[in-house]
Design a protein around this ligand. Structure first.
Ligand code: FES
Ligand code: MG
Length: 583
């Protein structure tokens, strides 16, 4: 049953349609008059749907800066299709500047978008999203509003060149940082890196970091138009996508197509499989769980691990590969990748894309996989590229990006070296006298969703300076935090429950043995139960530092990583959300 049938309203195509905004604009009383005046809705606008455009561009977020250039095209598309575009500002979450992490504010943006839509006379939504956390926030909001909605992505930034080769966002900087700590990059070269980086244009990170990964997820879930992922931000194609998004959202309003019709279990399963095929950001696991939680879909880590088990690495983009996201876009993007995966039974071809057409239909017309995009018969490496592990150290699970890890460390047992504080960790890791061996396991705890709060990307602890100088490039690391999507290394992430809520991670002491056994999907703390009980009695819950405002509210309500770090009262479709109106 469509929403219009459910509500008994005669919504449909054409000027006679009665949209949600009619609740504000119809009638002759003073309220309707003031509402019409406020939005300048004249007689010729009656029956036209109002399309809210949530603008997350901001001077504090260069990744979302290209929206300024394409907004006129988006508005033109809405108008041409018969809608009324109305722009409103929304919080911008810039990954680089926000402390302790933009992740702390993802849920706040999701709430802001949902409540703006609820409170205003909007019939459809276009959510402008690009930098890492703006995309999942928009997806979470779209999953909760019962309004036709699409994301417009802001494109990838150009790649500046260093020593004649293009510089990939994040990944190449982390590599250079390691070389600097090993004494191989001097101050002059480091200064040149900064000069070169500042030459990149606006747009999101150009590797398969969290922003590109989430763009791909949005496209896979039918929430951004096909071909969006990796589109260069300074390209005329982005303007074309903006225009087409404006047209398409009005069509969706006319046909009463809700996000919930496309955000289905097969679409979610596709998203997880695509995530594995591109060696995408582990952050997407948390974000997809948050979207799934709002719709009551199954994204248990056991299910997700099964979905990942037979998906090989098919895309040659940093950090798991060598190229940039623009190269993926030029090679045909998600559609060419789908063309490789659907015949192998790795994707459901029947899911709806944002264009309305089934994925298999448009993938059939995409360029054949070649170059950056490989066939399943000739992958870059066999799967799995991602895995979930469980055990005494992670009873509710943890995640590892095996494609970015060292194969010889995936079966490993070593002594724990524990860090409770990020700043102190950075100082100690640079201390030449730190007692640490390459076989040890670095434990970074206290940086889960409740811990800091906001689960910052502190999980990929740098290799201790003395060991870097000796040529060590990877060690096993275990954390309740996250790592940047552009990072690499043998890092077990999102350990749940986290240390701050009394997870086993809180009980680890220096010298304890930790065993990672990827084959058996295990992560274990080799300490017997009576000793752990004794430690539990002796361990005080950590003092909470944020006593007011949003961080306090977040700490009181945030769920653990396997539940997507959403707030406890936002999950699940609620009876109120069925009609999406104020009482
Ligand atoms: Fe914004 Fe990477 S920092 S997309
Ligand atoms: Mg990032």
């Amino acid at each position: 049953m469509s929403a219009s049938e459910r509500d008994g309203e005669g919504r449909g195509e054409g000027p006679a349609a009665r949209y949600r905004s009619a609740e504000w604009f119809e009638g002759d009383d003073e309220v309707a008059v003031l509402n019409r005046v406020a939005l300048r809705v004249g007689p010729h606008d009656r029956g036209r749907p109002v399309i809210g455009i949530a603008d997350t561009s901001s001077g504090l977020n260069p990744c979302n800066a290209a929206f300024e250039l394409v907004l006129p095209e988006l508005e033109r598309g809405v108008r041409e299709a018969g809608g009324i575009p109305v722009r409103f500002p929304a919080m911008s979450l810039g990954e680089d500047l926000m402390k302790p992490s933009a992740m702390l504010y993802r849920n706040l943006l999701a709430i802001e978008l949902e409540e703006n839509a609820r409170a205003h006379p909007l019939d459809g939504l276009v959510l402008l999203a690009n930098c890492d956390k703006t995309v999942p926030a928009a997806l979470m909001a779209a999953a909760s509003v019962e309004l036709p909605s699409l994301l417009l992505l802001g494109g990838a930034r150009s790649a500046p060149r260093l020593d004649g080769r293009p510089l990939g966002s994040g990944t190449d900087l982390w590599r250079l940082l390691e070389q600097r700590r090993a004494g191989l990059v001097d101050a002059e070269k480091w200064g040149e890196v900064e000069r070169v980086l500042s030459c990149a244009g606006p747009g999101s990170c150009n590797t398969m970091g969290t922003a590109s990964t989430m763009a791909l997820m949005a496209e896979a879930l039918g929430m951004a138009l096909p071909g969006s992922t990796g589109c260069p931000s300074a390209d005329g194609e982005l303007a074309r996508l903006a225009h087409a998004t404006g047209v398409q959202v009005v069509r969706q309003v006319q046909q009463d197509q809700l996000p919930q019709h496309r955000l289905t279990q097969p679409a979610l399963d596709n998203a997880f499989r695509l995530l594995a095929a591109v060696g995408g950001s582990t952050n997407a696991v948390v974000h997809l769980a948050a979207v799934a939680g709002r719709l009551g879909l199954d994204c248990s880590l056991e299910r997700v691990d099964r979905l990942w088990s037979d998906v090989p690495l098919l895309v040659d983009v940093e950090p798991c590969g060598t190229r940039l996201i623009q190269d993926f876009h030029q090679a045909g993007g998600l559609l060419s990748l789908a063309a490789a995966m659907i015949p192998a039974g790795l994707l459901h071809g029947g899911v709806a894309t944002a264009s309305g057409a089934p994925l298999a239909d448009i993938a059939a017309a995409a360029p054949a996989p070649s170059g950056v995009i490989r066939t399943v018969a000739e992958p870059l490496r066999p799967g799995p590229t991602l895995a979930a592990v469980f055990g005494t150290l992670a009873p509710s699970g943890a995640v590892i990006k095996t494609a970015a890890a060292s194969p010889d460390l995936l079966q490993h047992s070593g002594r724990a070296v524990v860090f409770d504080d990020y700043k102190e960790m950075r100082v100690r890791l640079d201390d030449e006298d730190l007692a640490v061996d390459p076989e040890d396991v670095l434990v970074v705890r206290g940086c889960g969703p409740v811990g800091v709060p906001g689960m910052p990307e502190w999980g990929m602890a740098p290799i201790p300076r003395r060991l870097v100088a000796a040529g060590v490039r990877d060690m096993v690391r275990v954390t309740d935090g996250r790592m940047s999507g552009t990072s690499f290394g043998t890092v077990v992430l999102h350990v749940a429950p986290e240390a701050a809520v009394g997870g086993a991670l809180a009980l680890v002491r220096d010298g304890d043995r930790i065993t990672l056994d990827l084959e058996r999907r295990r992560l274990d703390l080799e300490v017997d139960e009576p000793e752990l009980d004794r430690r539990r009695q002796q361990t005080d819950p950590p003092a909470r530092q944020h006593l007011r405002g949003w961080p306090r509210h977040y700490q009181e309500h945030v769920l653990q990583a396997p539940q997507g770090c959403d707030l406890d009262y936002l999950t699940g479709p609620t009876p109120e959300s069925r009609r999406f109106v104020h009482p």
